[in-house]
Design a protein around this ligand. Sequence first.
Ligand code: TXA
Ligand code: MG
Length: 327
Amino acid sequence: MEKCLKLLSLKKNNPIAPILLQKAVDLLRAGELVAFPTETVYGLGADATNDRAVAKIFATKGRPQFNPLIVHVDSVAMAQRYAVWNAWAEALALAFCPAPLTMILPKLPDSAISHLCCAGGDTVGIRIPNHKDARELIRRSGLPLAAPSANRSGRISPTSAQDVWEELGDSIPLILDGGNCQIGIESTVIDVSGKVPCILRHGFITQSQIEAVLQQPLAKPVLVEGEYKSPGLLTSHYAPTLPLRLNVTHCEANEGLLAFGTPVVKGAGVMLNLSESSNLQEAAAHLFGYLRKLDANPQLKGISVMPIPQEGIGMAINDRLQRAATR
Ligand code: TXA
Ligand code: MG
């Protein structure tokens, strides 16, 4: 494997140069992996129709089980080549797409998507990212891209090219640098393949927004043989190395504080504030990067987190924090 090219753009959020996109296209067509930016987090991309390329994703991430991967497409027309499009998908696409939203749909019987990508199941997760370069990469390659978050399995999702470099720099040939991810938290996953739609993972697009579009209440995710249908619902996930305490009202001397709004907690030596103005979107954008920073501080023995309001994207933030705190 050629040495990993770290490609720095001159300014944050600069569009990626066409020559680099072309390099990425060549690698993807050759069955290689390319990390690329999306509006949520960086993805570790591969040709979703190529079993071997998809297998490389699992090997590189060290993903213990073959959890299904999201397939990224550039349009509804492209989605319809692989999935059975239904009225719910149509309504959600009209209302939101391109968007930080993944729809689980029945897989078309003759769908070219790799079985491994769908973990052998009969559904496929489809997402049209709201990121120009991500869509341009798909358009130029003509490939649906399987892309989980570009981190080692169970670790914090990367929101910058630097994060990807630290996670996977040695094992992938190319990281496209599009600056910091705008949203910073993974897409909402909604299952629209069953009798009643249900959210499998909370994200930027909220349950109430979806219910308003679909004009019906969503179902609760069901347990199948003791497991949730989506491995994204695993209790322990997004784990930093340091232990996490949530909803804190005080902070130990050797803990780093992840604050939100006015830091009421006294005594924190190291503090990062998710949003001084209590803005939940800003907090989501900072969440993973700040967790990484605190986790990397050798002076700390733990991370304490102030309460985050359980509303809007705060639900997704709390969901990720709960999983990060569970070990
Ligand atoms: O924002 C995102 O969604 C990012 C960016 C890169 O697009 N991707 C991402 O992928 O977070 P990943 O693999 O880390 O999470 C995908 C989630 C997993 O929880 C997986 O179990 C679920 O989606 N998923 C994918 N396909 C599924 C399917 N067919 N049925 C049920 N769950 C599925
Ligand atoms: Mg992930």
